[in-house]
Each structure stands twice: as C-alpha cells, then as structure tokens.
Design a protein around this ligand. Structure first.
Ligand SMILES: [Zn+2]
Length: 257
C-alpha cells in the first residue's frame, strides 16, 4: 500500500513524500528545502530512491543539491525549465518507472505558470500538479500565456474524475474565497468552504482534493459555466466568446483579489 505524506515547508508549501508499507524506500516531490525532508526520512527510517520536480521555482527545488550530498539518486524534472542537477529531463508522454516502489508515472506537459512545468500522473489515482492546478484555483501566469494555462488545465481536467490532486501549496481557503466571489450561488462551493474552514481550524491539510470536487467548485475549471462567464464579462467589460478568454479574465481578477 502507498502512503503519500505532506512535509510542510516554508510558509505554505507542501513537499510530498511517497512511500510504501512494504519496504523502506520513498520518493520526494518538489523539495524546496532539505532539512525537513532529511528529518522525515530518518524519523520513518526511509531511504530516498528518486526526486521528482514539477517546475524550476526555488520553493520547489532549493533542497535538491543538499539531498544529493546524502543520496545518489536520479532527479526527474521538466526538460524545458532550467534546473540544476536534473538527471532525467522529461516531456509530454514520457513514462517513468520507480522500481523501488513499483510505481509508474505519466508525464503531462502543462506550461503557463512556468514555460516548462510538468505534472506526474499515476494511474493508481493521483497526480502531482505543482503550481498549475491548485485545490480551489490555479497558479499565476509567471511565464506563459492565458491560453497555454487554459490548455494545461484542460489536460488535467481530462483525467479520471476520482483522481486526487496533490498541489504544491496550502492555498485552499483563500482560493475558495475568490471562487465564492465569482460564484456566490454555487452550493457545492459553500459546502467545500465550510469543510475547508473546519480542517484549517485544526491545522489539517486540505490537499489532496478529488478532480471531481475541483470541477464542481474551482472557477478556473468552470470557464464554460454561465455564472463564471458572467463574472468574467463583468470584470473585463466586454462579451467573451472563448473559454480561454473567460479564464484570462478571472485569472486577472484573482491577481488583484
Ligand atoms: Zn511556482
């Protein structure tokens, strides 16, 4: 059986650790720091088998070099982001096999937040989305265009509904406040806000969330819904005909929210 454990880092980052009940191996996704990772590995008596990276930002990569001083492991990451010490550059449709955990990932190329950003999808029902699809929202457009990001989110939305979304930050509460601003009458959203508030009050992570819940409540996956189109048109002051234009408008609106 697999365990996916969050290692909290910095203000609101999650470094993800995947391990299995039988064996002492694990992989780490997006090590933005090394100290917490080393501590967690020693606490659970685990050995590192591989590092996976979604994009080049420092809060997802700064721990790589220090981990490599202790573990001689492959570092998987996006071919089109510039990352030090990457040993396995990845592109769309690449497959990776982590032998130690008997685990396979498909690579999805999802540019927008950065130009090289990738996701790691496992058919066992989970995906590491980095800073592209967040629980309740999506990442900022630091390098790519709105159309690129819209296409990337559509690619993730095409995964099976029960897929669990593991993203790089604990942003859900703030994200849902914006979602409510866009869709005040969305009932599933109201229920999710209550549940999220309850979890956060007790310091419990709100990640992962199912893709199905995201489709019901995350406005960035709902650019074809009347309420979202209406909010986007009100913000941009004109009629919007393409879903990616709706996306661009609400993304701009969230930048200033
Ligand atoms: Zn980032």
């Amino acid at each position: 059986m697999l365990h996916i454990t969050p290692i909290p880092s910095r203000k609101d980052n999650y470094i993800w650790m995947v391990s299995s009940t039988d064996g002492n191996q694990c992989i780490i996704v997006d090590p933005g720091e090394s100290r917490q990772v080393m501590d967690t590995l020693s606490l659970h008596q685990l050995t590192l088998s591989a590092i996976l990276v979604t994009h080049h930002h420092y809060d997802h990569t700064d721990g790589i070099d220090a981990l490599l001083e202790h573990y001689d492991v492959p570092v998987y990451g996006p071919a089109h982001d510039n990352i030090n010490n990457l040993t396995q550059p990845l592109e769309q449709d690449d497959n990776i096999n982590i032998k130690a955990l008997n685990l396979d990932f498909e690579v999805l190329f999802i540019p927008g937040h950065t130009l090289g950003h990738i996701a790691y999808y496992c058919k066992q029902g989970f995906v590491f989305t980095g800073d592209t699809l967040f629980t309740g929202s999506c990442g900022r457009l630091f390098e790519g265009t709105a159309q690129q990001m819209y296409d990337s989110l559509s690619k993730l939305a095409a995964l099976p509904d029960e897929t669990l979304i593991y993203c790089g930050h604990e942003y859900t509460q703030g994200s849902l406040a914006f979602a409510q601003h866009i869709e005040p009458d969305n009932r599933a959203l109201l229920a999710r806000i209550q549940e999220t508030d309850r979890l956060r009050k007790h310091g419990i992570p709100t990640v992962p969330a199912s893709l199905s819940l995201e489709k019901q409540t995350n406005p960035f996956l709902r650019c074809n819904q009347q309420a979202v189109i209406k909010a986007a048109e009100a913000f941009s002051g004109k009629k919007l005909t393409e879903p990616w234009e709706v996306f661009a408008s609400i993304r701009r609106q969230k930048d200033g929210f």
